[in-house]
Design a protein. Structure first.
Length: 85
């Protein structure tokens, strides 16, 4: 997991209100759509279960795949900036 992703995950973990706000935002909805695309959310559910057990590698891998596209990278950058405000 890169530093930016790790910081973002930690900030959201420590602030449930921020996480709720993000998930209700347009960018949050777009992120969810990207994370669940193709398998109806099965991969995201599996990654979330592993992260809850202390193994964030699968979730980090999903985010890294999203960031490989220009649109995904821009989305993660906007979310990161919004969380840091």
């Amino acid at each position: 997991m890169d530093d930016m992703t790790a910081r973002l995950a930690q900030q959201l973990k420590n602030n449930p209100a921020m996480l709720r706000s993000l998930m209700q935002s347009r960018d949050g909805q777009m992120l969810m759509q990207m994370l669940t695309q193709g398998d109806r959310g099965a991969g995201l559910q599996r990654a979330a279960q592993e992260a809850a057990k202390g193994n964030p590698a699968e979730m980090a891998s999903m985010i890294q795949r999203i960031m490989q596209s220009p649109e995904g990278a821009a989305l993660v950058d906007r979310i990161n900036k919004a969380v840091q405000k």
